[in-house]
Design a protein around this ligand. Structure first.
Ligand SMILES: [Zn+2]
Length: 384
């Protein structure tokens, strides 16, 4: 049924998934369809059980009694995976990207075949739970940091380079599909997280926004006119090394004051370690800063001010009005919120509130959910 859906029908399903149940008149209006076309497109989907009709309510458009349409979200399951150097984060979601089960475990064996087998076991265990048994897994999305390269292709499939896993030119998609038995999408992790925010997160309903992630690396993605702006690995690498202050700390590439030198976890640890005269973890720096330690607070505030400058650059050049902040280092933005805000405003001609900054929680499940979301998008739109 899904494979045969015309594009107009897919846009109806997409609208319902993102914005929830709606009357036929409201849907027709949003999608610029006549109510007659809408009824003709939705009838076979209702008959096939892809769409369901809710209880009778009064239509907000014309006041007539109507039964709103909704997707049958419970029928389908999606596996989302994020692979890091040492761990695999996994979630199983429904069609609305609601997490049904989640797990985070070490990668036992780094070879691509073994990782695919581990993915299969995780899928079986997560979907075998009390609530998982109701649905059928129909697609999977795997996200990797570093590179899911589309430039080097074999038979149209992107090859994956993931240096931290020791992977070069791995044909991950067919390997994963063979093991899991469902279609699989492979994507860059930051791009997948941006898709997640666009359809199901705080970016829902926004046509334009930017996502900045801070952690071991600095990530960036841009949604423009409802689409992710395609970027190469080289583009993304540039972003991390944008100079924010020529007198700042130094990064491994020898730049003073680039984004990575201020914001990456190793920079924060190094900066605080220098003041404290001992090695210190990021979590400890954040905890000490929250308790008012002068060294840690100083490093965090300096980083937050640099982040404010970075966000100002992003917003000024791309003209987005919303920037979402995420990643395992995001706590520094919360502790240094005041410095971030002051610096952002100062770099925006002193106009306060010209950019909305949404700070997300540091939660591994959101990254894995990004994988599920690209699987959902591929399932719904019929393309990768
Ligand atoms: Zn640099």
């Amino acid at each position: 049924m899904w494979d045969a859906l015309p594009d107009a029908a897919r846009s109806i399903v997409k609208e319902l998934i993102i914005h929830g149940p709606q009357s036929r008149t409201a849907l027709a209006k949003t999608l610029h369809l006549s109510t007659g076309s809408l009824t003709r497109l939705t009838k076979p989907m209702v008959d096939a059980g892809l769409l369901v009709e809710g209880e009778v309510v009064h239509d907000p458009v014309n006041g007539r009694p109507t039964r709103p349409l909704d997707v049958a979200a419970g029928e389908h399951r999606f596996l989302g995976l994020k692979l890091t150097a040492g761990r695999v984060h996994a979630v199983v979601t429904d069609l609305r990207a609601e997490i049904i089960a989640a797990r985070d475990e070490p990668i036992a064996d780094h070879s691509p075949d073994a990782v695919c087998r581990q993915a299969k076991r995780l899928l079986d265990e997560l979907s075998g739970g009390p609530s998982g048994g109701a649905g059928v897994t129909v697609a999977a999305g795997v996200t990797v940091g570093g590179n899911a390269r589309a430039s080097a292709q074999v038979g149209g499939e992107p090859l994956v380079d993931a240096p931290y896993l020791g992977w070069w030119q791995v044909e991950l998609k067919p390997l994963m599909e063979r093991e899991l038995g469902v279609p699989c999408v492979v994507k860059n992790d930051v791009a997948a997280l941006a898709h997640q925010h666009h359809w199901f997160g705080p970016g829902r309903g926004l046509r334009d926004f930017a996502l900045v992630t801070i952690g071991a690396g600095i990530g960036y993605a841009l949604i423009m006119h409802d689409h992710l702006v395609a970027a190469t690995e080289a583009d993304l690498g540039m972003f991390a090394h944008l100079i924010l202050s020529p007198g700042g700390p130094m990064c491994p590439e020898g730049h003073r004051g680039c984004a990575a030198a201020y914001l990456s976890i190793w920079s924060i640890e190094a900066g605080a370690g220098q003041g404290l005269r001992r090695t210190v973890t990021y979590e400890e720096v954040i905890r000490l800063a929250a308790n008012g330690d002068r060294v840690c607070l100083g490093v965090v505030r300096e980083a937050a001010a640099a982040l404010g400058r970075l966000i100002a650059h992003v917003a000024t050049v791309s003209m987005v009005k919303t920037v979402v902040l995420a990643g395992e280092g995001v706590e520094l933005a919360r502790i240094g919120k005041e410095e971030l805000g002051l610096s952002l405003t100062a770099n925006r001609r002193d106009v306060p509130g010209s950019v909305e900054v949404l700070i997300e929680a540091d939660d591994f499940r959101q990254w894995a959910r990004g994988g599920a979301v690209v699987a959902i998008q591929s399932f719904v739109t019929g393309s990768d």
